[in-house]
Design a binder for this molecule. Structure first.
Ligand SMILES: [Fe+2]
Length: 346
């Protein structure tokens, strides 16, 4: 604490000097110093800071990578989210639930209010921001002790005039707020397991190739292209936002080394803990979503007349977004190494 105060005063002094307040600082008048500290503090807070987190983990554990829950949207997949919560609190991959951990990649709420041009009675189940925050807190509550971080997202961010929505939900849950992107270091008994770069993400991932296999490959390449330069030392790189589930594993290669005069052959992924990990040898994951394109049932002519809010089309349908498999992904860490990432469809 003392160190932080000292550095803040130092920053304030530098800031004051740079702004021409030098003589006030020279006199060290208490009020000037306090004013300079306040100005400098506000100046510091205006800059964004990526979240750096570090956790000591078991040798074997499961890492649930999910996001884009969009609570408040009419077409949110409530049952699918509840299924994931249940899976996180149950044994998975041969390990007890105590070995399950998770990260939420953001867009925890839909954040569309009645004065938003995107608002419609069909799209929105709950338009009140306070209620959406309460709903998000309630839904994440059963897994709060497993959550290593919750990231921000463009939907809650759009309503930042109401305050830091995701941060406040994190505080209610006593979970770390991961900002937009977080770098997380995982260690086991002090030894590095791997580093993870997780971000809410931005933009879209698509392909107009005719062949489905070509499209899937293009998605994987596009995901890799988006993430690869964001960090050089992360074996796992993940994002949400696009609502797609995409997993691109590290390439296995044959590489040769020599031990004295003997050539040794190695086949596999060269490293997961190096200072720099080649982009081809990392895991890339797009974590899916819990928002449907269509409602579950269709309405026929002779059905009982329905109220307006139950008859209509969601914005994904209106934008002609293709249907996507909803769900999330689970990383399997065994013997301190991330060995697989499994897609889970709900
Ligand atoms: Fe998003």
């Amino acid at each position: 604490m003392a160190r932080a105060t000292c550095s803040l005063k130092e920053t304030a002094r530098n800031f004051a000097v740079s702004k021409g307040y030098a003589q006030h600082v020279e006199h060290r008048q208490k009020t000037d110093i306090l004013h300079a500290i306040t100005v400098a503090k506000n100046s510091i807070l205006r800059g964004s800071r990526m979240r750096l987190l570090s956790y000591d983990m078991p040798d074997d554990w499961n890492y649930f990578l999910f996001g884009d829950s969009h609570i408040g949207a009419n077409l949110r997949h409530d049952r699918g989210f509840a299924q994931m919560v249940d899976m996180i609190n149950s044994s998975y991959g041969g390990l007890s639930h105590k070995k399950n951990y998770a990260i939420d990649h953001g867009d925890i709420i839909e954040a569309i209010t009645v004065d938003d041009k995107r608002y419609s009675v069909f799209d929105t189940r709950e338009s009140c921001v306070t209620s959406q925050k309460a709903m998000a807190t309630k839904e994440l509550w059963p897994i709060r002790k497993k959550l290593l971080a919750v990231l921000d997202g463009n939907h809650p961010w759009k309503l930042h005039k109401f305050g830091p929505i995701t941060h406040e939900v994190c505080d209610s849950l006593d979970v770390r707020f991961g900002t937009w992107s977080a770098k997380i270091t995982f260690k086991h008994k002090g030894k590095l397991q791997f580093k993870h770069f997780g971000t809410h993400g931005n933009g879209s991932i698509g392909s107009i190739a005719d062949d489905i296999e070509r499209r899937k490959l293009n998605w994987r390449l596009a995901l890799k292209r988006k993430l690869r330069d964001m960090a050089g030392d992360c074996f796992l790189m993940s994002m949400g936002h696009t609502h797609k589930i995409i997993i691109s594993p590290p390439s296995e290669v044959l590489y040769l080394t020599n031990n004295g005069r003997k050539i040794n052959q190695h086949h596999g992924v060269p490293t997961s803990t190096g200072e720099y990990i080649h982009p081809d040898y990392r895991w890339y994951v797009n974590t899916g979503a819990f928002l449907k394109v269509y409602g579950d049932t269709l309405v026929e002519d002779d059905d009982v007349p329905m109220e307006q809010s139950k008859l209509g089309s969601g914005y994904a349908e209106r934008a002609m977004y293709p249907p996507l498999q909803l769900g999330f992904c689970v990383g399997l860490i065994r013997n301190s190494r991330l060995v697989d990432v499994i897609p889970e469809y709900v």
